[in-house]
Design a protein around this ligand. Structure first.
Ligand code: SF4
Ligand code: SF4
Length: 132
């Protein structure tokens, strides 16, 4: 499984590009995060399947005018700001954040689907999403 960030320009944003890609490839896509309006859209997806299917999905989306980038990073915690209050742990829907043995925050990037909920509750603003 890989995760991608898709940027839809204004001339593509109202087209059913994702649905067409699913039908053409038979691939399962999960939408993890979406911000779409009439002018543009940014959507984070995960794509199941082998490398061949991944390539096909990227190729079709790109052909349809979508800018596709593979997500490589995830949530970053600035440890010097974090007070290990645990607020981010309690809201994470993916169970991606926990305390380590020393009582410090530990983030498992492979579990995180970049919903951004933890950023909103952090009282110290120590979390951020690094997408590239
Ligand atoms: S909510 Fe912020 S300050 Fe609290 S543990 Fe999480 S990252 Fe640290
Ligand atoms: S972005 Fe979402 S899934 Fe990732 S660690 Fe934060 S709350 Fe959990």
């Amino acid at each position: 499984m890989n995760k991608y960030i898709l940027k839809f320009p204004s001339d593509v944003v109202s087209s059913p590009v994702l649905a067409e890609t699913i039908l053409e490839t038979g691939t399962v896509l999960n939408i993890l995060r979406a911000k779409v309006d009439y002018n543009e859209g940014t959507i984070v997806i995960s794509v199941l399947g082998d490398e061949e299917k991944q390539k096909k999905v990227v190729e079709i989306l790109t052909r349809k005018g979508v800018e596709v980038s593979k997500l490589r990073k995830g949530i970053i915690n600035e440890e010097e700001r974090c007070v290990n209050c645990g607020a981010c742990i309690s809201v994470c829907p993916a169970g991606a954040i926990s305390f380590d043995k020393e009582g410090s925050i530990k983030i498992e990037k492979e579990k995180c689907h970049r919903c951004g909920i933890c950023l909103e509750v952090c009282p110290r603003r120590s979390l951020s999403i690094q997408e590239y």
